[in-house]
Design a protein around this ligand. Structure first.
Ligand code: CA
Length: 220
């Protein structure tokens, strides 16, 4: 699950990026409004985490840009301004949620997972497919009730496919979801992750469409 983090505070941005990566998100981090605008026009993100006070282009201007361009991208605002007026302005401008600084990283992760579920119309806390269950909040995967240990990227890949059952994802799309900028992607990385998932969860969960991509079929 790839998200764009826009935060000009280097210490905070670095900490949040590390925490979100550990939680299985692929994170692109930019530190000003213009870089964020460029990233949003060239990349495909599942989530936007946006600081309001930014150099070059303010978070609010960026939010307006996002809402004109991509109306469905879920946006969580980070703000240090604890006034009702600011929150109302942000939510009215199209933000889906907000967190006041300083915030707890676990709370940010929980809120982001909730936004992801809402953005695909998924309200259950656990995604279920046959005997496979995935719970984003606790980062857990179970097979027939038994907890299965997955790497962060295996988890993220499974999460992406389970959120959009029936939709075929190309290898390039999955790489985009799983890796942030500057992260080395081995040419067969996705194949390797899929191979591991099949070993752990069964061979018929993820279907390969040769030359096209991967899909988890909807449960009939
Ligand atoms: Ca700031």
């Amino acid at each position: 699950m790839k998200l764009l983090l826009v935060e000009d505070d280097a210490l905070l941005g670095d900490g949040v990026r590390a925490g979100l990566k550990q939680a299985g998100f692929a994170v692109d981090w930019v530190q000003d409004g213009l870089a964020a605008k460029l990233a949003l026009t060239t990349e495909d993100y599942a989530l936007l985490v946006l600081d309001l006070g930014l150099p070059k282009l303010s978070g609010m201007e960026l939010l307006n840009f996002v809402r004109v361009k991509q109306t469905k991208l879920p946006v969580l605002i980070l703000t240090a301004r604890d006034t009702v007026a600011d929150r109302v302005t942000g939510l009215n401008a199209g933000a889906d949620d907000y967190l006041l600084k300083p915030f707890d990283l676990d709370e940010l992760i929980a809120r982001l997972n909730a936004l992801l579920r809402r953005s695909v119309g998924q309200v259950d806390l656990t995604l279920q497919h046959g005997a496979v269950e995935l719970t984003p909040a606790s980062h857990q995967v179970r097979l027939a009730g038994k907890t299965i240990s997955l790497s962060a990227r295996e988890f993220s890949l499974l999460h992406t496919l389970l959120l959009h059952t029936g939709r075929v994802h190309s290898r390039e799309q999955l790489e985009q979801h799983l890796y942030g900028w500057g992260e080395e992607v081995e040419s067969n990385a996705i194949e390797v992750h899929v191979h591991h998932l099949r070993k752990k969860l069964g061979t018929d969960l993820i279907r390969t469409l040769r030359g096209v991509g991967y899909v988890i079929d909807k449960v009939a």
